[in-house]
Ligand binder design. Structure first.
Ligand code: GMT
Length: 377
């Protein structure tokens, strides 16, 4: 093990997979003896109970009356610099190029060259924001001037290179789950609340944004349900939820669809499922498919973005073209009606999650990147 480092972490503390991965990484780094300082606008929701070596610094935004828009980015940059100086941080690890990497680079200018900046790209900063001409140069600058850049899939690296004409090295660091938290939980008690014996449970977990194609989830389930006694459980909330509720009523399947709303204990909830449905339009990684995989639950989904790097078609799940709900439903029925095949998929899921995407391995990768930028190889 190398020197113990002092690391600042900035992420969207309340946002989906990137916030989860950033927080979990910080917790594991702290367990390894590094000092970890979260610098965010609110407490990261997965931080949990007090843990040695973890510090939290809240960014306060000035509401000075001449500001039409409160300048969060400037407050963050200044807080990053302040914490970096006060705590003598070695590096800032920021999740999302915009605005976090830009703020970290500003902080570096205030603190000095010795403060290194590691930027992790999660997806929408490239796949959506980089399409906006007005932000293009800023994102490119943030990526080019970071001391190291990582991305959560090969697909995202490729997209970053083409969308922004980036040539610098980008490290691949897949997302991970903590194997002490994500494992098949005993859920027979909860399962019987939703499904009769012999009924299968299909599940979708997301923030219900258009990119998740939640109406496809309903379509797939409707088709599966014609031949396979089953229930569909939705977990999460978001803008497309009302449309889903309307469609479920229209199709007359309201008695077979359950809306659980937001849930914190994803490992427990996901363990109830026989299949996860993830038919997204765009997904640079798809953390929820990994959470399911680690609990032994195969995914049926689209082959968008980085999903095929995570879900092995015909091994840990099945993937079809975006929008091809017919094929997805066919795959689901095939897997659910063949117990031997299902057992193989489940074993393959557990093995793949534990070997390829486990916390120890990916945290080692991040540590190596930190030591490299600090020249402490
Ligand atoms: O924009 C989002 O979808 C949320 C975002 C996030 O911050 O969680 O998701 C992106 O990052 C996740 C963590 O790396 C990935 O698992 C998601 O695939 C990615 N979302 C998209 O690419 C649409």
């Amino acid at each position: 093990m190398g020197d113990r480092l002092k690391i600042g972490i900035t992420c969207y503390p309340t946002l989906g997979g990137s916030g989860v991965v950033a927080t979990e990484l910080g917790k594991i780094l702290a367990e390894r003896g590094h000092q970890v300082h979260f610098i965010t606008h609110s407490m990261p929701f997965r931080l949990g109970k007090y843990q040695k070596n973890i510090f939290y610094h809240e960014v306060e935004v000035s509401d000075y009356y001449v500001f039409k828009y409160p300048p969060y980015d400037l407050s963050l940059a200044s807080k990053l610099a302040q914490v970096a100086k006060m705590q003598e941080l070695d590096l800032l690890h920021v999740h999302y190029a915009l605005p976090h990497a830009v703020c970290a680079l500003l902080a570096k200018q205030m603190v000095g060259e010795h403060l290194k900046v590691v930027t992790t790209l999660h997806g929408t900063d490239i796949t959506i924001l980089a399409q906006e001409e007005s932000l293009n140069d800023l994102i490119r600058m943030a990526i080019n001037q970071s001391d190291a850049v990582t991305a959560v899939s090969e697909d995202l690296i490729k997209e970053t290179r083409t969308a922004l004409h980036i040539e610098r090295p980008i490290d691949l660091a897949y997302n991970f789950v903590d194997k002490r938290v994500y494992y098949p939980r005993d859920c027979s008690m909860y399962r019987s609340e939703f499904a009769a014996p012999g009924e299968k449970i299909l599940m979708h977990i997301s923030n219900f944004r258009p990119v998740k194609r939640v109406l496809d989830v309903v379509d797939v389930f409707h088709k599966v349900n014609k031949s396979t006694p089953s229930k569909l459980i939705f977990v999460g909330e978001g803008p497309e939820l009302p449309k889903v509720q309307c469609k479920v009523k229209e199709l007359g399947i309201a008695d077979r669809v359950i809306f659980l709303g937001k849930q914190n204990d994803v490992a427990q909830v996901i363990s109830m499922a026989d299949l996860l449905l993830l038919p997204s339009e765009k997904e640079s990684f798809g953390l929820v498919a990994l959470e399911a995989m680690a609990c032994g639950v195969p995914t049926i989904g689209s082959n968008a973005g980085g999903i095929p790097e995570l879900v092995r078609h015909g091994e840990t799940g099945f993937l079809a073209e975006i929008g091809n709900t017919e094929a997805m439903a066919g795959f689901a029925v095939k897997l659910l009606s063949d117990p031997a095949m299902y057992r193989d998929f489940r074993d393959a899921c557990l093995h793949r999650a534990r070997t390829e995407f486990c916390n120890d391995r990916i945290t080692d990768d991040y540590e190596k990147i930190y030591y490299r930028v600090l020249n402490r190889n």
